[in-house]
Design a protein around this ligand. Structure first.
Ligand code: FSX
Length: 471
């Protein structure tokens, strides 16, 4: 019962066979296999099904949302967002609910001027259940929805034809009356996506499972799991002309996703340009830098100081951090409201945002093989730089008058010995070097420039003169 080219899905996961050659995408082949569907839920027959009239999520929120400024600007008053859940741990949903720039609540309530309010159909956050849960998606398939829609996929797409061979499914997302004689049957995330993606204003993959296949698509998986862009194919374009948008991370940073959604909505509304995406459909402004470039531990790398145990404060490369070669903004953005995030919390980067994750990042918690050359160089350079910086740091941790008195008048410093002769000479040399550049632009002696130490002692009493002014 497997569809044509079924083996090719496995090939994409690196099992050594030739790459996909079929002209049709896996999504198109699935639809060929399943055939067209028709029919909507008959709620007259079904009754309320636990949901009283007017109490679906959209209509509950509508009175507040419509009072917001967003509803009065732009051609789109609202947009439906269908969120489907494939092979995932639901971590993407958890991330997004913690986002604040913007928050889900503000998008649902239409509080952003110029943005259409979002009508979210989500397997966890939507409060409709039973046939009410899938009713809007069925209307969208039938072309009967009252506004444009976008789709979001969390988790990878499983090859459901494999499960069908034994009569089951991998990732069911509600039901639709598409069975024999209008009977309700399970609709998988794969089927929803295949049917809705062509008409969607945008198709957005959230999390590494959806963007690149991720953990469910790693070596040895039995599901034939794949990413959204592998599933829809290279030729895919949304109804607004967009290829698949990818916001990776396992889980992703919630703000990365919500911010991207907001930027796309501004574009769809005609209020902004198409946000810049890189050649893999990632928001370029979020994934253009490596983890290492903004890492809070980056300076340890520069000084050749490496953690050997979890819990050490230094650079984590030698206990398995791939940050220098991974595109992600976790170190600058943190996980939630600029708090947390892997390296900030002491965890090495395992490359979870990357298309090669996880297979190309194994074994975990081991020094990445390519890092040896740069860590050795850092160690060599660091062995010179660190003592020099320590020396200067010690000098800068003293007031000028403490140098003149040869004493630090701090109760905390009683045990601290004064610099010896060698250090003292070194500090004088350093100070002279620094001040050799200390001239004003007009050539005059700059205000506040200090005189040499020897000139600041009273010639008769040999006592140190107060302040920095020349006598
Ligand atoms: Fe995947 Fe989402 Fe990893 Fe989980 O649901 S991106 S397993 S942390 O979060 O799909």
């Amino acid at each position: 019962m497997a569809i044509t080219g079924d083996g090719a899905r496995t090939d994409r996961r690196g099992n050594g066979r030739p790459p996909e050659t079929s002209a049709k995408s896996p999504a198109e082949r699935l639809l060929d296999h399943l055939g067209p569907v028709e029919g909507s839920f008959d709620f007259d027959e079904l009754g309320d099904f636990g949901l009283f009239a007017g109490t679906d999520m959209e209509h509950l929120i509508e009175p507040i949302a419509k009072a917001g400024p967003g509803s009065r600007l732009g051609p789109l008053e609202k947009i439906h967002v269908f969120w489907f859940s494939g092979m995932s741990c639901d971590g993407c949903s958890v991330s997004v609910t913690g986002a604040t720039t913007p928050s889900i609540e503000s998008l649902l309530l239409g509080t952003h001027p110029g943005l259409p309010r979002v009508i979210l159909h989500h397997p966890v956050l939507t409060h409709e259940s039973g046939p009410h849960y899938g009713a809007a998606a069925v209307r969208a398939v039938n072309g009967e929805l009252d506004a444009p829609y976008a789709i979001v996929l969390e988790g990878s797409i499983a090859d459901e034809t494999r499960a069908m061979e034994t009569g089951g499914h991998w990732a069911g997302n509600g039901e639709a009356p598409w069975g024999p004689g209008g009977a309700h049957r399970t609709v998988t995330a794969e089927e929803w996506v295949a049917r809705l993606a062509p008409g969607a204003a945008a198709s957005i993959a959230i999390g590494t499972c959806a963007t690149w296949g991720g953990i469910p698509a790693s070596y040895g998986n039995p599901t034939g799991a794949m990413s959204l862009m592998d599933f829809l194919g290279e030729e895919y374009r949304s109804a607004f002309g967009l290829p698949v948008v990818n916001v990776p991370g396992c889980p992703p940073i919630g703000d990365n996703f919500n911010e991207t959604v907001a930027a796309i909505l501004y574009f769809l509304q005609g209020f902004g340009p198409l946000p810049e995406f890189d050649e893999l459909g990632r928001p370029a402004w979020l994934f253009g830098e490596t983890v290492h470039r903004h890492c809070v531990r980056g300076a340890y790398y520069e000084e050749g100081s490496f953690a050997q145990e979890f819990g050490d404060p230094n650079c984590l490369v030698e206990i398995g951090c791939w940050g220098p070669v991974v595109n992600c903004n976790i170190t600058s953005r943190g996980m939630v409201e600029h708090v947390g995030g892997c390296m900030n919390a002491g965890a090495p980067c395992v490359g979870c945002t990357m298309p090669g994750f996880p297979d190309k990042f194994t074994p975990r918690w081991k020094t990445p093989p390519g890092s040896k050359a740069s860590t050795t160089t850092s160690r060599l350079v660091g062995s010179i730089i660190r003592p020099l910086r320590l020396f200067t740091n010690e000098h800068l941790n003293r007031e000028v008058s403490w140098d003149l008195h040869d004493n630090v008048p701090s109760g905390w410093a009683v045990e601290k010995p004064e610099p010896g002769r060698v250090k003292d000479l070194g500090h004088r040399f350093y100070d002279r070097l620094r001040r050799s550049n200390d001239t004003s632009r007009n050539g005059h002696e700059p205000r506040g420039k200090r005189i040499e130490w020897t000139e600041r002692r009273d010639p008769t009493t040999e006592r140190v003169l107060p302040g920095g002014e020349e006598e």
